[in-house]
Design a protein around this ligand. Structure first.
Ligand code: EPU
Length: 440
């Protein structure tokens, strides 16, 4: 038996050191999607048989999710680097304590899956978070609609039920997390559940496909009405996770920011449409193939307006990266991101690199500066960290990025993949540094 170790970066400080100014060129392969796999791994608990997951990215959020399953009594065996066999039938106690859940925001998916399997769950309340206030009221509303009683007791969300019954759930806002949790809880409920105003992200569809491959009866995932006919039993399945839309988008922007020419492989171009359209508007050449996308630049980059929206709109998870690109474009760009309160925290770091950005609430005004300058900066969260890497790749001189454990939550071998397409980036480990906490 082996389980991934949950390296949360708490005991060492690692930084990226980037010598900027190299045009990225060549080919890069995209890994499995973080936001799909962090839902699919807990979903295995619902199965009465072992499951095999393929295209599992080697990122710390996966290590943490697998560690939680393992600590709860599941068997977790890697068949190869990206394929893991999970037998969760050994889990008998539906409890995820704080120590296990604290490192990962997505640990709240254990609420839905444990409730769906055992009719009750006790999971640590997701902790403080670096994107601002992230309530879970819609998750709890869905569980209550299905017939559960939810209380919060000393930091633990405690959910009890005498049985779950199909119902209608209308979300007050489009929420990825609550849509997923409602699906996980409803899949074995008695009768039909209808989720309205559901999120439509590719990872919602991926989770539905995985659950259906185990014998669930879910229709409409990818639209705003999802219908779930409860089934009594779920069997084992072998399932390959979709490619990561945001990792692909990040490499697309990195190629553009360095005036490079990169073929990005193992992608689903349909999932990238909003990013592709915006890059084209900025003056980037985007060529789509069946499972790859080529990015190149042969003219000036120009300003654009970007407003983040739930899928199929422009993703909030690409906002820091595209904003960084717009720093290098001619003219004044306006970027609006109201999905979370606090997604512009990287702006101060970019200013240290010479960016001209002002932020008023949900709106950033970016004056193109043409060239950024290398500087020491700190990654405030996952996507902001990726954006700072892009800034460093495009900048003149050396950029050192601290707190890269944020980045490693969601990007597999980021620096190796970047080196493979010509970047001058190394990871340096500083031993014995102060502990820091990662929660997203
Ligand atoms: N919201 C509520 N109440 C709820 C749930 C959500 O008010 O009960 C609000 C949130 O505060 C936010 C909005 O609804 O203003 C949308 O939140 P959502 O639930 O969609 O976000 P999430 O499930 O917490 C996931 C991704 C995020 C991504 C968002 C939006 C995972 C594990 N996380 O978060 O990914 O930004 O959807 O697409 O899937 C990332 O990968 O960097 C990341 C942060």
């Amino acid at each position: 038996m082996s389980a991934a170790s949950a390296d949360t970066g708490e005991n060492t400080l690692e930084k990226f050191i980037i010598k900027g100014g190299r045009k990225l060129h060549g080919e890069v392969e995209i890994s499995g999607a973080k936001n799909a796999v962090v839902a699919i791994i807990p979903a295995v608990i619902l199965s009465d048989e072992p499951c095999v997951l393929e295209n599992v990215p080697n990122i710390s959020d996966v290590s943490i999710s697998l560690r939680i399953l393992y600590e709860m009594g599941a068997s977790v065996i890697f068949l190869d680097k990206h394929t893991v066999r999970i037998d969760a039938t050994g889990i008998t106690d539906p409890i995820v304590p704080y120590e296990m859940a604290k490192h990962m925001r997505a640990s709240y998916y254990f609420l839905g899956t444990l409730l769906g399997k055992f009719g009750r769950a006790r999971v640590s309340m997701p902790g403080g978070c670096d994107l601002g206030d992230r309530p879970i009221d819609q998750h709890l509303k869905a569980f209550a609609a299905l017939g559960a009683t939810c209380t919060i007791d000393r930091g633990m969300v405690d959910i009890q039920s005498e049985g779950l019954y199909g119902t209608q759930i209308y979300f007050d806002m489009v929420t990825v997390g609550a849509t997923i949790n409602a699906m996980l809880a409803a899949v074995k409920a008695t009768g039909m559940t209808v989720i309205e105003n559901a999120a439509k992200e590719p990872h919602i569809v991926d989770l539905a496909n995985f659950l259906n491959s185990m014998g669930a009866d879910i229709m409409g995932a990818g639209t705003d009405v999802i219908k779930i006919k409860g089934v009594k039993r779920l069997k084992g399945a072998a399932y390959a996770v979709i490619p990561d839309q945001i990792e692909a988008g990040t490499f697309m922007v990195a190629a553009a920011a360095t005036q490079g020419n990169v073929l990005i492989k193992n992608v689903i171009p349909k999932h990238l449409e909003s990013i592709t359209a915006k890059l084209a508007k900025i003056g980037v050449n985007v060529e789509e193939f069946d499972e790859s996308i080529r990015i190149s630049v042969d003219g000036p980059l120009v300003k654009a307006s970007v407003k983040t929206m739930p899928h199929p709109g422009f993703p909030t998870d690409m906002q820091p990266q595209i904003s960084t690109l717009l720093c290098l474009a001619e003219g004044t760009s306006i970027v609006t991101d109201g999905i979370f309160d606090n997604r512009f925290r990287y702006v101060n770091e970019l200013r240290r690199m010479g960016a001209d950005i002002s932020v008023d609430g949900k709106v950033a005004v970016i004056e193109g500066v043409g060239q950024l300058m290398g500087a020491p900066v700190t990654a405030p969260d996952l996507r902001a960290g990726a954006a700072l890497v892009i800034a460093g790749l495009a900048a003149k001189g050396v950029t050192e990025i601290e707190d890269i454990y944020h980045i490693e939550r969601g990007y597999e071998n980021f620096e190796e993949k970047l080196r493979g397409i010509g970047a001058d980036i190394i990871k340096k480990t500083v031993p014995g540094a102060a502990a820091r906490k990662a929660v997203v």
